[in-house]
Write a protein that binds this ligand. Structure first.
Ligand SMILES: NC(=O)c1ccc[n+]([C@@H]2O[C@H](COP(=O)([O-])OP(=O)(O)OC[C@H]3O[C@@H](n4cnc5c(N)ncnc54)[C@H](O)[C@@H]3O)[C@@H](O)[C@H]2O)c1
Length: 296
């Protein structure tokens, strides 16, 4: 088995890195019968999934996620993507891995903030589909999951079920799958504009989306507070130094935009996400009001 080592992190999701990987596959004589196994975080599985789906018009590949975030989210569902200089995930394909496996031992070397970043996506699943999972998370904290190895597989199983159900219903991302983007429209823009980890930026995006949900759909204020408390409990940030004009262009370029409106994911209640088509001007004004006077 040949190994190709790639430096992890967001910088690996580029055209240049994809090209270098393709050159390496050629150098290793990889053909249609070869197999690529991605062992790494979500950035690496996005890169390898993309390259595996275009090299020789597609060769078999598998994923072994080594971060919490990759295990519960990025490695599942077949989406992969590269960033351009300005925008996240603008290039990509949808292709399911041929195998998927995971081993808890990888997580022992993960820094605390990577644990927290992964739990942001777990909290997202709870917000959009599963109030019981939300309540369960409220009873524990990040340290509990770090110290109790047996507790994580159970929560991973729940997340896999949620994502698999959604993806099976809408593999092509035309309907319900969009709810998985809760917190991500703003989250991606914040991630691109700060040094925050993916999950940390998504946490802030979720709070803004929940605040908008209160304003537009009457999402209960007490549940907004519960979300705020839960994010803190899992060591996630509630805000970042962001300027609306700096992230707005990124929001507009978000792949969920269609003409003068954006499909934005809001919460009707905890566990019930809906897709709302929001006028761009309305969204801009609402977010700028939140930035001036955040309620959290
Ligand atoms: N395709 C999808 O459906 C999907 C879904 C969610 C997120 N994503 C993408 O996933 C990426 C985020 O994934 P991530 O949080 O895994 O980030 P990452 O892949 O950047 O990994 C974070 C850091 O942890 C390091 N690392 C990986 N495994 C480790 C281990 N076991 N011990 C110590 N360090 C380790 C990496 O080298 C990197 O520096 C983003 O690019 C995001 O856009 C994709």
């Amino acid at each position: 088995m040949d190994k190709i080592i790639i430096k992890g992190g967001e910088s690996s999701k580029t055209w240049q890195q994809a090209e270098e990987l393709i050159e390496a596959l050629i150098a290793h004589d990889m053909d249609k019968n070869s197999f690529i196994l991605a062992v790494g975080g979500g950035a690496l599985s996005d890169l390898v999934g993309f390259v595996a789906s275009i090299y020789l018009r597609g060769i078999p590949f598998g994923i072994i996620p080594t971060t919490i975030l990759a295990a519960v989210d990025a490695s599942i569902g077949g989406k992969n993507g590269l960033n351009t200089a300005l925008y996240k995930n603008l290039i990509g394909t949808i292709r399911q891995p041929d195998i998927w496996a995971f081993d808890l031992r990888f997580f022992s070397s993960l820094p605390e903030e990577e644990w927290a970043s992964g739990f942001a996506e777990i909290i997202k699943y709870a917000c959009i589909t599963d109030p019981i999972l939300f309540a369960h998370l409220e009873e524990q904290d990040l340290n509990y999951y770090k110290k109790n190895e047996d507790a994580f597989p159970e929560i991973l199983r729940t997340c896999l079920k949620i994502k698999a159900n959604v993806v099976q219903e809408d593999a092509e991302d035309k309907g319900i799958r969009k709810t998985l983007n809760f917190g991500h429209t703003l989250g991606h823009a914040i991630e691109k504009n700060t040094n925050l980890k993916h999950g940390q930026a998504v946490a802030i995006g979720m709070l803004y989306a929940a605040e908008l949900s209160s304003k537009i759909l009457g999402f209960p204020k007490e549940d907004l507070l519960r979300l705020q408390r839960l994010l803190l409990q899992y060591q996630l940030p509630l805000k970042a130094e962001i300027k609306l004009n700096e992230i707005w262009a990124l929001v507009l370029k978000d792949k969920k935009k269609s003409s003068q409106s954006i499909d934005f994911i809001l919460l009707e209640s905890l566990g019930k996400a809906v897709i709302e088509r929001l006028e761009i001007d309305y969204l801009y004004n609402s977010i700028s009001q939140l930035l001036v006077a955040p309620k959290f």
